[in-house]
Design a protein around this ligand. Structure first.
Ligand code: 5AD
Ligand code: SF4
Length: 500
């Protein structure tokens, strides 16, 4: 990957993308959204105030990867709405096509090039009809591969790194002025968050809010510190302001995002750094905001204050995504994780003492270089002991420029595949246990939208489970107790309490 100028103080973004497992709202491969039981991660539909007038320019945005990319796509969509664009989900209608990309595993990065092949054909077909199509590659592949993208895919007009979205309108007008193949991947000195226009289009009950970007942890398998830069935390005042506006627009559940979100240390109202626990405390004061979540955390940054916040703060939901990556200490050391399996287990025991019902989820990599059968067994043992409600599991994917890519002992693909299958069986059994244990309980559900069947609404439990129940649409945006009657593989269903 190319060397980046890392801007002072910060920025980078959360991890995951092409997940091997399909699961909750954490992340990944948004291609899979049509198979997923929720929609809030999809790009925004038509932005406020821009009904699809025939003359409007159309933008197609496809988002790969983690929730941070979802957030970035939403912000780009809002910015383009101000330029007169409306969103379309038909790439052949688009005057502007944006792929917001993920580089975390090879599969996700390569998918971008196959999509670019399709967009190139659309661009030629539209050109024959006299229509222009500008193709933009944004996000982490853009950041990591820069110029290489226009060499490999010459139909691309703009390569836009993840710190430069706010410059999109200016760059588009330069393209219209005749410039070609623009590559903008610097980490500029201005803060992209300040430069972005005010949030305009949030319509949903849930929203993401990026509070921190980048990562200084340098796990040896991970590309994030190179694509998203060093850690940067947004100031508390800006976040409280953005959260308030989201709540005014009807958002009731905000998920705070960061590659290393529990390392948050943004400037507080008094000018001193504030911890994530401090930020959550400030956000909890916003009237109308009912639920707060955060992701993704590193075990080393799980402070006592944050654990304590789980015990004390009602609005902070009892759900924690805490990747452990591998169960064998020698693999953890080679990964540069700076914690052992015993440290991890002790940590989750402390968290469960503070908040006994907390649902834990995690990320796990199989087939890291040098991982033996015994090392893999240690991973299985940790999964069984920790009793996760969710887990995302991945085959190790060597990423160019990261230390692990050139380590000895690369594990054959076939072995990785077998290990992943075995691991997923254990994970799935845990998932079924966790959901099954909810049957017969009353769970407070925040209803988000209409379900697939007439009369049905869909919402989320505090543990991020999807819950279906027959209910009046007037209950969307409210938290209502639901008696859980059945647990499926991906969701629960039940009846609103007080109704039969
Ligand atoms: N190969 C496989 N999985 C990876 N992840 C990060 N980098 C890689 C890689 N090179 C996984 C980690 C991380 C999640 C977001 O993606 O488990 O927590
Ligand atoms: Fe990547 Fe490790 Fe940072 Fe997570 S903590 S973003 S895995 S370097």
């Amino acid at each position: 990957m190319q060397q980046q100028k890392v801007r002072r103080g910060a920025n980078c973004g959360t991890g995951p993308d092409a997940r091997e497992t399909l699961d909750s709202r954490k992340g990944i491969l948004l291609d899979d959204l049509d198979r997923m039981p929720f929609e809030e991660a999809s790009p925004q539909a038509e932005p406020d105030g821009h009904a699809a007038a025939p003359a409007a320019k159309r933008v197609f945005i496809k988002t790969f990867g983690c929730q941070m990319n979802v957030y970035d796509s939403e912000r780009m969509s809002e910015m383009l709405a101000a330029e007169g664009y409306v969103e379309t989900d038909a790439p052949d209608e688009a005057d502007l096509a944006i792929l917001n990309t993920c580089h975390i595993r090879e599969k996700a990065a390569e998918k971008v090039y196959s999509d670019l092949g399709r967009l190139r054909d659309i661009k030629s077909a539209r050109a024959e009809g006299g229509k222009e199509t500008l193709i933009t590659v944004a996000g982490c592949v853009a950041q990591a591969e820069g110029e290489e993208i226009v060499r490999r895919a010459p139909a691309v007009d703009l390569v836009l790194g993840s710190q430069s979205y706010h410059r999109l309108p200016e760059l588009l007008s330069r393209l219209r002025g005749g410039e070609t193949a623009l590559v903008e991947t610097a980490f500029p000195d201005e803060d992209k968050f300040q430069a972005l226009p005010e949030r305009a289009s949030a319509k949903a009950v849930t929203a993401f809010l990026t509070v921190q970007e980048g990562c200084d942890k340098f796990c040896t398998f991970c590309v994030v510190p190179y694509t998203r830069g060093m850690e940067y935390s947004r100031p508390v005042a800006a976040l409280v302001d953005e959260a308030r506006r989201l709540v005014q627009r009807g958002v009731r559940d905000i998920t705070l995002l960061g590659q290393n979100v529990n390392g948050y240390h943004g400037e507080g109202p008094d000018g001193a750094p504030t911890t994530l626990a401090g930020l959550i405390g400030q956000l909890a004061g916003i009237e109308g905001l009912l639920r707060i979540r955060y992701t993704t955390s590193h075990p080393r940054d799980m402070s006592e204050a944050l654990i304590e916040a789980h015990a004390r703060e009602d609005k902070l939901m009892p759900y924690l995504h805490l990747p452990f990556q591998a169960g064998a200490d020698r693999v953890l050391a080679a990964m540069n994780r700076k914690h052992t399996a015993a440290d991890y287990l002790a940590l989750i025991a402390r968290i469960r003492r503070a908040r006994p019902d907390i649902a834990l989820s995690t990320d796990i990599i199989v087939g890291f270089p040098g991982e033996s059968d015994a090392d893999f067994e240690a991973t299985l043992a940790l999964v069984r002991e920790a009793e996760f409600a969710h887990a995302f599991s991945f085959k190790y994917s060597p990423r160019p420029g990261t230390p692990a890519a050139t380590m000895d002992g690369q594990v054959p693909e076939e072995v990785k595949r077998e290990r992943l299958e075995r691991l997923q069986e254990v994970i799935d059994a845990g998932y079924r246990r966790f959901n099954g244990a909810c049957v017969g309980k009353r769970l407070p559900v925040l209803f988000e939208k209409a379900g697939r069947h007439a009369g049905q609404l869909v919402g989320r439990s505090p543990y991020l489970q999807l819950v279906h129940a027959d209910a009046d649409p007037a209950l969307i945006g409210r938290v209502i107790d639901v008696e859980i009657r059945a647990a499926g593989a991906n969701s629960l269903s039940g009846a609103i309490c007080g109704q039969s």
